[in-house]
Design a protein around this ligand. Structure first.
Ligand code: GDP
Ligand code: MG
Length: 175
């Protein structure tokens, strides 16, 4: 018996970046269309699934959120294993979250497979008046590290759909 799959591709996408940059909100916004106010640091699940269709191609995205485990380095290896794409997120209003990026890149180099597609995401662009990291600086950093770059707002739903669809397109192309 051959099971009929309801998708053409399955990709695992993993979100990383400092606590508080908006990873959980990005996932919730994309998978549930929600921006939950006052939600806790964890969502209590390891991953969420969303299937998207791009030019008639059905792509199932398995999206892994760190669920507040950013500090627990012991989970790292299993977390990165088999990721097709990484969403490395920082907060444009938090210089510190940007300065930590090299640390995350070292982790990627150490644990992720070398085919992995990485996109750098500057989140919280709805807080433009509090911006601490200029777009050009982030773009140059991303380019130097061969990463894609996108700025988002999980709150305003700005570029969130685009983030996951762009990533899916790249993954299809490289599959
Ligand atoms: P995580 O630790 O990276 O998962 O971050 P969370 O998703 O839990 O978000 C941390 C805080 O930032 C929460 O108070 C969110 O409401 C807030 N936040 C997340 N995304 C945005 C955004 O796009 N704009 C604004 N203004 N706040 C956001
Ligand atoms: Mg979180």
């Amino acid at each position: 018996i051959v099971a009929m799959e309801d998708y053409d591709y399955l990709f695992k996408i993993v979100l990383i970046g400092n606590a508080g940059v908006g990873k959980t909100c990005l996932v919730r916004r994309f998978t549930q269309g929600l921006f939950p106010p006052g939600q806790g640091a964890t969502i209590g699940v390891d991953f969420m699934i969303k299937t998207v269709e791009i030019k008639g191609v059905k792509v199932k995205l398995q999206i892994w959120d760190t669920a507040g485990q950013e500090r627990f380095r012991s989970i790292t290896q299993s977390y990165y294993r088999s990721a097709n794409a990484l969403i490395l997120t920082y907060d444009i209003t938090c210089e510190d979250s940007f300065r930590c990026l090299p640390e995350w890149l070292r982790e990627i180099e150490q644990y992720a497979n070398n085919q992995v597609v990485t996109i750098l995401v500057g989140n919280k662009i709805d807080l433009a008046e509090k911006r601490e990291v200029h777009r050009q600086r982030a773009e140059e950093f991303a380019q130097a590290q061969s990463m894609l770059y996108l700025e988002t707002s999980a709150k305003e739903s700005d570029n969130v759909e685009k983030l996951f669809l762009d990533l899916a397109c790249v993954l299809i192309r490289e599959a």
